[in-house]
Design a protein around this ligand. Structure first.
Ligand code: BG6
Length: 511
């Protein structure tokens, strides 16, 4: 990250006593502070329902292990940092309470001479996403002369197309699009951004990046954890809403968008919006075949019994919510016409990994057929590993030394960890800093969010309304339901196995 420090500001976090703030936001802000990325005149105001004093809030921050691990090194720095943390309890549902926020902001503004710049970060239940901006506006906090007021909104952005549209419309009553920052933490991942650099900074790949040379594209997102204590939230959401509509679709956009005219927010977001607009919704009659849903069931993983989804805390015993989703779809534009995209995401799979595999078409004529059965069946592939072991691998056939033309498939790989200046910042750090600098490049635009909902809506509707579409069970620790394999095998292909040795090690995956 470049170190041009943002202007003075107050970062106001709604939902500050919650999990996300403690686990991700405050540690990210501290790390930015430690690395000298924040301005001297900078404070955090936590706002939430819990009745805490400033000191209680600071203690709460300390009691979080992620923060402690970052902070251990330097007690003075921690002390300095915590003196910049403040807290205001309010009932977020009560409009009158927002005068407390207003008073507190004015007081902090004066004390720290922050000049009025304020970011409001909504790390609250989505039910409050319309209310908080409205109440802020009613107290005149959404705009101020000669400074900025920005609003950051966590996912989920809407529950379906209609609610996303309504939320967009409601937010735009109080904040203009330039002041709205819809966060998708996948966009903060270095490797997701690197997709653009890989494509557009290299003369070698982009000429091949189209329907003439690419056979198909796979996106796999796997988690080995279950829903844990988030069953209540997750059961209302499911894999399609929780991961595919937002994170995976953002990855698709980076893989498939046209080159932007410049690497700035407007140009990149314009191209991404066009791409989202070109997604072909899966036709109703094809959903059974091309959109598979699954749910993990009780199983033994590495000698341990792992409970099924329906046994998780907060999940109804007859839940039909999917913990796994796989879809096959097309992008209706010049570049991608006819190229199938396969995307899958799931919890309680064998490992944690996210990767994109670009499979190139085979050579037009198979010269070495007789010498190598194996090569004949293999395509050239580019694997972009988003996490863990961030990197890129290119797979191609090479001659085995010796007589004849025996061909072996080899991989050429690059690992981020091999870079000497190995500084892969946490997604939240990058995103927070960008918002402070007023750079929305890595935030989702309102239109693209709506197009993405438009794409998943027919699947959600069919899954909700058509009882003949099954929720397939899969044992925890496996790669999802078998029918999801059929989805790709029907096209005489198979999912790339992201692990070399699946059964030996479920928590780490090598390229
Ligand atoms: C969140 C989802 O947005 O992303 C979680 O709500 C999921 O269910 C998480 O576990 C995955 O993020 P990452 O960065 O660990 O891949």
């Amino acid at each position: 990250m470049e170190n041009d420090r943002p202007e003075p500001l107050i970062l106001t976090i709604f939902g500050a006593s919650g999990d996300l703030a403690r686990r991700k936001l405050i540690p990210a802000i501290f790390d930015l502070y430690k690395r000298n990325f924040l301005p001297d005149r900078f404070v955090v105001l936590g706002v939430s329902r819990s009745k805490l004093s400033d000191d209680d809030f600071r203690q709460k921050v300390f009691l979080n292990s992620e923060f402690i691990s970052l902070a251990e090194e330097d007690a003075n720095l921690v002390e300095e940092f915590t003196q910049r943390l403040f807290y205001q309890p309010i009932d977020t549902n009560s409009i009158d309470d927002y005068s407390l926020v207003k008073d507190r902001l004015e007081q902090l503004e004066k004390e720290f001479n922050t000049g009025g710049n304020t970011i409001f970060y909504l790390s609250t239940p989505p039910l409050l996403y319309e209310k908080i901006p409205k109440f802020l506006a009613q107290h005149g906090l959404n705009k101020k002369e000669d400074c900025y007021r920005r609003l950051v909104i966590e996912k989920p952005f809407g529950y379906d197309l209609e609610s996303a549209k309504q939320l967009n419309a409601s937010l735009k009553e109080y904040f203009d699009e330039e002041s709205l920052y819809r966060i998708d933490h996948y966009l903060g991942k270095e490797t997701v951004q690197n997709l653009l650099v890989t494509r557009f900074a290299n003369g070698v790949f982009e000429p091949l990046w189209n329907r003439n040379y690419i056979h198909h594209v796979e996106i796999t997102n796997a988690e080995n954890i279950g829903v844990g204590s988030r069953g209540g939230y997750y059961d209302q959401s499911g894999a399609l809403r929780d991961m595919l509509q937002n994170h995976l679709m953002q990855v698709v956009a980076h893989v498939a968008m046209e080159p932007p005219i410049a690497p700035d927010a407007n140009s990149i977001r314009k191209e991404k919006t066009k791409l989202f607009e070109s997604l072909r919704p899966i036709a109703n009659g094809d959903i059974l075949k091309n959109a598979i849903r699954g749910q993990y069931t009780r199983s033994q993983v590495n000698g341990q019994i792992v409970q099924g989804y329906r046994e998780e805390e907060g999940v109804p015993h007859d839940s039909k919510t999917e913990t796994y989703a796989a879809v096959k779809f097309f992008i209706d534009n010049w570049r991608w016409s006819g190229v199938p995209f396969y995307a899958r995401t799931g919890k309680r799979l064998p490992t944690k990994v996210t990767e994109v595999t670009i499979t190139f078409k085979k050579p037009p004529h198979t010269l070495f057929r007789r010498q190598s059965e194996m090569f004949e069946n293999d395509f050239n592939q580019m694997v972009i590993r988003i996490q863990p072991d961030e990197g890129l691998m290119l797979n191609f056939g090479m001659k085995i030394p010796g007589e004849g033309f025996r061909v072996k498939n080899v991989g050429m790989d690059f690992h981020y960890s091999d870079l000497s200046e190995n500084d892969v910042p946490e997604a939240y750090e990058r995103l927070l800093l960008d918002c402070m600098r007023g750079d929305a490049t890595l935030y989702a635009h309102g239109d693209s969010v709506e197009y993405s909902w438009e794409f998943v809506e027919p699947i959600l509707d069919a899954w909700k309304n058509d009882p003949t579409i099954p929720v397939y069970g899969y044992p925890a620790g496996t790669w999802g339901p078998d029918v999801a394999d059929n989805l790709i095998e029907e096209d005489e292909l198979s999912w790339r196995n992201p692990c070399r040795r699946l059964t030996d090690d479920t928590s780490y995956c090598e390229l």
